[in-house]
Design a protein. Sequence first.
Length: 169
Amino acid sequence: MMTERTSGQDQSVDRRSPALPTVMLRVFVGVEDAIYVLVAAVLIALAAVLLYRTVADALTSEQPFSTTVTAAVNGVLFVVIVLEIYRTVVAHLEGGGFQLRPFLVIGIISAVRHILLIGAQSLSSETGKTFAHAQIELGVNAAVALGLVIALVLLHHSGVATDNSREGS
């Protein structure tokens, strides 16, 4: 920026073209939006493939029923996590900005998935040390899930709009 003196007063004069930064910003925003659209498409395709594989694996598994069901529930919960990430990307594209609610939901689902896996693994475990370790992991994951649920409830009661795209549904 250049400064010119006129009649003893400082006046700032910008000799750069004001349109150039605006055009560059529009290009960058357009490229960012295009990348978000690609990410959304990949996430939806990934969710579909994961769901298909989860169902196919559950129907063709030769594992014991409890192991098959645990794996199926784990796979479905993972699909839900991918869809929550997808919803966050879509909310960004709709102009929603940063969305806290989906990340809290993702954290809760992840903690529940981990609890489910630890529970299934501890059933097949035979040693006392492994069982004690599993109980500690279960307690920590339960505390994390509880903390995230409390945060979600507080967010809901705060009156802050957290997901504009679902309010109209």
